[in-house]
Each structure stands twice: as structure tokens, then as C-alpha cells.
Design a protein around this ligand. Structure first.
Ligand SMILES: NC(=O)c1ccc[n+]([C@@H]2O[C@H](COP(=O)([O-])OP(=O)(O)OC[C@H]3O[C@@H](n4cnc5c(N)ncnc54)[C@H](O)[C@@H]3O)[C@@H](O)[C@H]2O)c1
Length: 412
């Protein structure tokens, strides 16, 4: 009788800690194991007994092949499961600029720790789609294009711990963020909650970054946004060329894409007004110079210059001009956005699919984000980037800003 050879199942024991139940992480962990044709056995589960106490899970997982196990572990890692083998992360040295070894580890936007010398180290500059480089005794998230020959980077999936965001437990934020995206929620409620978040951020010295599209100007939102900047609620403004062009047009000529903001009627020969605005800024040399020379006397960019609030205008294929301030080198524009987003506590994304989603991709998952857009798909896309950290408001952005500004006091 021939002995039947039974291939042993490939196994791993992983651990996860956090608000695993009410943030629905536990069910995602189980679903992932099944998705990769695996089996799981809960070796230990401790439910957090208070608001603050985390739950703890120890899970034995099995997969039919090592390829399945690797894929499964990669997914589980993103859900906060770390293999319990106590090993350090594996590092490899990059031999050419911008070229990583095939098995490089690619980051998520969640808080990540790397184990080296038996100690866990938090990754600096956390963002998604980056690699982890060891530098100056710490791990850093670094984009592929910034990789240099000689950099030591994390490869494989050992010695990495990811901490997924869980629902906020403080009452204000919890009530606010647990609603997700809705077009049915009363706009007034979303406005009041956003105002409370803004006040909280400013009182606690957190940076508030506003990302805005030209529709803010078209819908009459320039005035309230300018007022928010003047009152001290904005630490930096990120936008494209169009916001700058239409804001300058509105401030200097009183129209937005040729439409009179006073009565909504098309101004005669108004179609050339945005080109006139660009021309005026060219004559001055830059937006700041136009303010200095008294040509630009109000509006969003005027308030930025007058109140020393940095603004970044990132270029695109659609741009007219562009304004002299618009950064047309895309890598440079991304770097300038990332620089302003560093350390942000709250980000408001207002009516720009391009710039809102680009910003979402640069942010760590724990930064609170409010996205206002008339299109639910844009608000949802932004909300999906972090459980309980992002709110989508589906409404007209001009009306939203008008109400928001009314809810904000003078803080300066
Ligand atoms: N003249 C120019 O230079 C010029 C003109 C237009 C766009 N651009 C550039 O093109 C790029 C893309 O432009 P974009 O960001 O405007 O386009 P986008 O398509 O990325 O985003 C526009 C967003 O506005 C939303 N929206 C429309 N009406 C709204 C309303 N009333 N309230 C709330 N949201 C509303 C849409 O749903 C959409 O998500 C930018 O970089 C921009 O600067 C340049």
C-alpha cells in the first residue's frame, strides 16, 4: 500500500489590537482569510471593556499555498495583523536611484511601525504608496521617485505593524464622523459640525489646510472663504490655476468666467475677463506683487497674501496662462502640496475632484477630512480613505461656505 502524502497547510499566527469590533475590522480580517482560500482559528480574543480599552485578537491562519499565504498576510497586515514571530523587518539596499527590489513593502496611509533591533519604530511622514527607508535611526515613508542608491528599504512583510484607524471615541468627533457621506443630511448640521471641528483645531494649534476648486468662486464662495482666511481659520490653501484665475477675475473685474457675481448675468464680452485677469497679474509679476501694487484688493488670494497664509497653485493640462505663481512641474507641485499638508490636523476639500483626491492620497489616514462636493462619488472617494476620519458633504459649495463662515467667530 502506498503512503498517501499529505501536504501540510501553511500557517502563521497573527495578532491585532484596537477597536476591532465597532470599527468592523474583525469581520474584514475573517473575510480576508476566506477570500484567500484560507482557514482561521481564533486562539485568543479579549474584548475591550471600556470606551478606551482596545480589543486583542490572536489568530492562527492557514492557506493552501505559500503564494496564497503571502497575499493573505499582505492584506491582513493592512488590517493591523502582525505575525507573532518576533522577527525584525528585513532591509535591502537599493542599488540604483528610483529602483527598488521587487519585494519592496508598499505603505498604506495608516500609522505604521517597523521593528528593528527588537524595538518598534513609528514611520515618519506616513502616506500611502510609499516605501519605507531607514535613515538617521528611524523609518521614513519615501516615494519611489525619491529613492537613492544606497538607501536601506523594508522588503517583505515581517516586522511591520499597521494600525488601522478606528472610530473616534470622543463625542464630538464620533457623532460627526460616524455619518459617512450623505446628501440627505441637513446641510446646516454638517456646517455646524465642520465649524466645531475648525474651532477645535484652531484652539488646539492644529494646522487647517483648505483645498479648493474654481467652483468655489463660481458659486459665490470666494467671499466667505476669504473671510475665513482673514479670521485665522486657514493655515494654507492648496488649489489649481483656475481658482487663482477666477478669484483674481472676481476681485478685479467682478465676474467669474464672465458671469457677473452680483446678479448672475453674463457680462458683455465677459468671456475674455479671465484672460484680462491673468494679463493683469502678468503685468504685476505675481499675485503677491499685484497685492503690493494695490491691483488685487480683495478675494481669496488677496487674504492669503495679506495674512501670510501660504498658497500653492498646482498646474494642470487645462490651464490658461497659467498665472506666474502656478507650479507647472508636477513633481514640484506635489512636493509643495505635501509640505503644506505635513502636520495638518484638519483638511477641507472644496469642489475639486482633481485636487481633493490628490490631497487625500498624500495624507496619513488619521487626519480629519471634510469633503464638500455636489457629486457624491467624489465625497465618497475621499471618505473611503480612512474609517471614521472623513466626512463627505454632498451640497453646493458656495452655500456651504456662506453658512460655515457665519458659524465662525473672529479669532484673531
Ligand atoms: N482657466 C483655467 O486655467 C482652468 C479652468 C478650469 C480648470 N482648470 C484646472 O483644471 C483642473 C481641474 O479643475 P477642477 O478642480 O475645477 O475640476 P474637477 O473636475 O477635478 O473638479 C470639479 C468638482 O467640482 C464639483 N462641483 C461642481 N459644481 C459644484 C457645486 N456647485 N458645489 C460643489 N461642488 C461642485 C464637481 O462635482 C467636481 O467634483 C484644476 O487644476 C484647475 O485649476 C483650469
Amino acid at each position: 500500500m502506498t503512503k498517501k502524502h499529505v501536504k501540510p497547510a501553511l500557517q502563521e499566527v497573527v495578532e491585532a489590537e484596537g477597536h476591532l469590533i465597532d470599527s468592523h475590522i474583525m469581520e474584514q480580517i475573517f473575510d480576508t482569510v476566506v477570500e484567500y482560500h484560507g482557514r482561521f482559528e481564533v486562539e485568543h480574543f479579549h474584548i475591550g471593556k471600556t470606551n478606551a480599552e482596545p480589543s486583542r485578537l490572536r489568530l492562527r491562519v492557514e492557506a493552501p499555498s505559500s503564494a496564497d499565504l503571502e497575499l493573505m498576510l499582505g492584506q491582513l497586515l493592512g488590517l493591523g495583523c502582525t505575525p507573532v514571530d518576533g522577527s525584525d523587518a528585513v532591509f535591502a539596499v537599493v542599488d540604483r536611484d528610483r529602483c527598488a527590489p521587487e519585494d519592496f513593502y508598499s505603505t498604506t496611509n495608516h500609522r505604521t511601525l517597523v521593528r528593528r533591533g527588537g524595538e518598534w519604530h513609528a514611520v515618519e511622514n506616513q502616506r500611502m504608496d510609499a516605501l519605507i527607508v531607514w535613515q538617521d535611526g528611524k523609518p521614513w515613508a519615501r516615494r519611489l521617485r525619491d529613492l537613492k542608491a544606497g538607501d536601506e528599504i523594508v522588503v517583505g512583510m515581517r516586522g511591520i505593524r499597521v494600525i488601522p484607524e478606528s472610530k473616534e471615541r470622543d463625542r464630538l468627533a464620533f457623532a460627526f464622523m460616524s455619518n459617512g457621506t450623505s446628501s440627505e443630511r441637513q446641510v446646516e448640521t454638517a456646517v455646524r459640525q465642520t465649524a466645531a471641528m475648525l474651532k477645535h483645531a484652531v484652539e488646539n494649534g492644529q494646522r487647517v489646510v483648505v483645498v479648493a476648486g474654481p467652483v468655489v468662486v463660481h458659486t459665490g464662495g470666494a467671499k466667505p472663504l476669504a473671510s475665513m482666511i482673514r479670521k485665522g481659520f486657514v493655515s494654507a490653501l492648496l488649489a489649481g490655476n483656475a481658482l487663482g484665475v477666477h478669484d483674481a477675475e472676481a476681485a478685479m473685474i467682478g465676474t467669474s468666467l464672465g458671469v457677473r457675481l452680483s446678479d448672475g448675468r453674463q457680462a458683455e464680452h465677459g468671456h475674455r475677463n479671465h484672460m484680462r485677469a491673468i494679463n493683469m497679474i502678468y503685468h504685476a509679476g505675481s499675485v503677491a506683487e499685484a497685492v503690493k501694487q494695490g491691483k488685487l484688493k480683495k478675494g481669496i488670494l488677496y487674504e492669503c497674501v495679506a495674512n501670510n497664509v501660504p498658497f500653492v497653485l498646482a498646474g494642470s493640462l487645462r490651464d490658461d496662462g497659467p498665472l506666474p505663481d502656478t507650479i507647472t512641474d508636477m513633481n514640484q507641485a506635489q512636493d509643495s502640496y505635501a509640505e503644506q499638508l505635513r502636520g495638518a490636523g484638519l483638511v477641507l476639500c472644496l469642489g475639486s475632484m482633481l485636487h481633493s483626491i490628490a490631497t487625500g492620497n498624500m495624507l496619513p489616514g488619521w487626519v480629519k477630512t471634510v469633503c464638500v462636493d455636489i457629486n457624491p462619488a467624489v465625497a465618497t472617494k475621499l471618505s473611503d480613505r480612512g474609517t471614521g476620519q472623513a466626512l463627505g458633504v454632498v451640497t453646493d459649495v458656495g452655500m456651504f461656505l456662506e453658512l460655515l463662515d457665519k458659524n465662525l467667530p473672529e479669532v484673531k
